[in-house]
Design a protein around this ligand. Structure first.
Ligand SMILES: *[C@@H]1O[C@H](CO)[C@@H](O)[C@H](O)[C@H]1NC(C)=O
Ligand SMILES: *[C@@H]1O[C@H](CO)[C@@H](O)[C@H](O)[C@H]1NC(C)=O
Ligand SMILES: *[C@@H]1O[C@H](CO)[C@@H](O)[C@H](O)[C@H]1NC(C)=O
Ligand SMILES: *[C@@H]1O[C@H](CO)[C@@H](O)[C@H](O)[C@H]1NC(C)=O
Ligand SMILES: *[C@@H]1O[C@H](CO)[C@@H](O)[C@H](O)[C@H]1NC(C)=O
Ligand SMILES: *[C@@H]1O[C@H](CO)[C@@H](O)[C@H](O)[C@H]1NC(C)=O
Length: 430
């Protein structure tokens, strides 16, 4: 039993020792931003018999596609200034971790790089794999996911923006524009050397057609410079008809026998698929037409009244009222002022007529009186209390016809005149 266990153990150890060959794991390629730093993740494997040498080992990075005759640009045992490429070995060689950060990387540093491990002992080996480092002057555009936003109103939208972060000491800052109300963003530093921000918001019809952008701002190691890149998408929000309104043309009241057009307008996405026209008929609604415009001839007063337009698309419907006034309804009312005016005019003419008639009779009689009684008679008429005569006139007029009235009045005046004349004569005699 113990023998079998020992055998398996030895077998495993043997297998482990045999499988430990020279090997290195590097990314397929790396994209660096000029003026910034670049991190090269690196891991290696060596035969077990060399593992003790790792205690005195140093990391060397070689530039060139042909690693055999490339130049040593970085040595972890050298002082910074002696290295062609400024950098820091951040991995622990004892852990077989050869990760490095190269600083102030520029376009002229773009090349293939390979790793070599050197020790005081027999461990001296250049791994035959290289990693190409590309250098861009402008940072790549951040990625937005999903690429397209087409949602119905009210749903929650989750947008992710991820930007390359080749330099871990100066990761990009991500900002969203516009700054949406009710939006929450969170940052994630990812395994694959990207930085991301998640934006969540509730789709509203006001956001339809809105451009949403994510901007990645990179600070550079050289000076106070910075570079930025931006990606954007346009939000497509699907919503039912909104601000539906109906109007009537011509406006005002419509004359019987003329044509009237009702127009409906609405805001919807997708655009309104159908318009339906209803007319209020007592308590029920009658469908009277379809289409954005409804044209009909007003032939009778009942063609006027309360109409409704209903706009509809896949996401809902909305109704708007419109009232059609007809001319006949208003015509009775418009005659009343004329009737009143007519009556008033008739009464005025009547009054004027009677006045003129009275005056002419009066002046004719006065003429006759002058011929009879002389100048005195006329003077006495002036002195006499005319207003009191009028009293009598009016009292009598109440019971008699207008035509007679004139005559009676006059007789009355004549009587008075005689009385006055008699008084005068009497006074003169005494
Ligand atoms: C190598 O070292 C770096 C820096 O300490 C670390 O971030 C990374 O996870 C290590 N890689 C592995 C494979 O352990
Ligand atoms: C690297 O430096 C360490 C400590 O300074 C030293 O122990 C080691 O021998 C050096 N290795 C090489 C290959 O020069
Ligand atoms: C690298 O070396 C390994 C073993 O040392 C070998 O199997 C492999 O083919 C080599 N690869 C290249 C690209 O030379
Ligand atoms: C990068 O280079 C600039 C100027 O050449 C220097 O001031 C800065 O210290 C360097 N940064 C690093 C991290 O080496
Ligand atoms: C309805 O009328 C308006 C103007 O009155 C016009 O612009 C529109 O094109 C018309 N719509 C249809 C579907 O005929
Ligand atoms: C309205 O009346 C005119 C003439 O009176 C006629 O030509 C037209 O076809 C009528 N329109 C409708 C919608 O009835």
């Amino acid at each position: 039993m113990a023998g079998i266990v020992r055998f398996i153990l030895i077998g495993c150890l043997l297998q482990g020792a045999l499988s430990s060959q020279w090997a290195v794991w590097l990314p397929k390629s790396i994209e660096a931003l000029s003026g910034s730093c670049v991190l090269i993740p690196c891991r290696f494997e060596i035969p077990v018999k060399y593992e003790n040498d790792l205690h005195s080992a140093k990391a060397v990075w070689i530039r060139g596609k042909k690693w055999q005759d490339g130049t040593h640009v970085f040595d972890s045992n050298q002082t910074q200034s002696k290295n062609r490429i400024q950098g820091r070995l951040i991995g622990d060689l004892l852990q077989k971790n050869c990760t490095i950060i190269m600083d102030n990387f520029t376009k002229s540093d773009a090349d293939h790089y390979s790793f070599r491990v050197d020790s005081m002992g027999p461990l001296k080996f250049t791994f035959n794999q290289t990693v190409p480092i590309l250098v861009t002057e402008t940072p790549p555009k951040p990625k937005l996911t999903p690429v397209k936003v087409e949602v119905t109103e009210g749903t929650s939208v989750r947008l992710t923006c991820s930007a390359a972060a080749p330099c871990p000491t100066l990761p990009p800052t991500l900002t969203w524009t516009p700054r949406l109300r009710n939006s929450v963003d969170q940052l994630q530093e990812n395994e694959d050397k990207t930085k991301s921000s998640v934006l969540t918001f509730t789709a509203s019809h006001l956001l339809h057609g809105q451009k949403i952008s994510c901007t990645a701002l990179y600070k550079l190691q050289q000076g106070d410079r910075e570079k930025k890149s931006e990606q954007s998408l346009t939000v497509n929000v699907l919503y039912p008809p909104k601000s539906t309104s109906a109007s009537v043309s011509p406006s005002g009241s419509v004359m019987l026998g003329s044509s009237v057009t009702l127009t409906c307008s609405s805001n919807a996405n997708p655009p309104v698929q159908s318009y339906t026209w209803y007319k209020e008929n007592g308590r029920e609604m009658k469908i009277v037409g379809s289409g954005q415009n409804l044209t009909f001839n007003v032939t009778e007063p009942s063609d006027g009244g309360q109409y409704y337009c209903e706009a509809q698309n896949d996401h809902g419907r909305q109704t708007s009222p419109v009232f059609v006034n007809t001319q006949t309804a208003g015509s009775h009312c418009s005659l009343i002022p004329y009737i009143i005016c007519g009556i008033l005019a008739f009464l005025y003419l009547l009054t004027v007529g009677v006045g003129v008639f009275k005056y002419r009779r009066l002046s004719r009689e006065a003429e006759q009186g002058k011929q009879g009684g002389g100048g005195d008679t006329y003077t006495s008429l002036q002195f006499s209390n005319v207003s009191s005569d009028y009293h009598i006139l009016q009292r009598r007029a109440g019971s008699k016809q207008v035509a007679d009235q004139g005559r009676t009045d006059y007789e009355n005046i004549r009587e008075k005149m005689h009385q006055n004349n008699m008084h005068r004569t009497g006074a003169n005699a005494s």
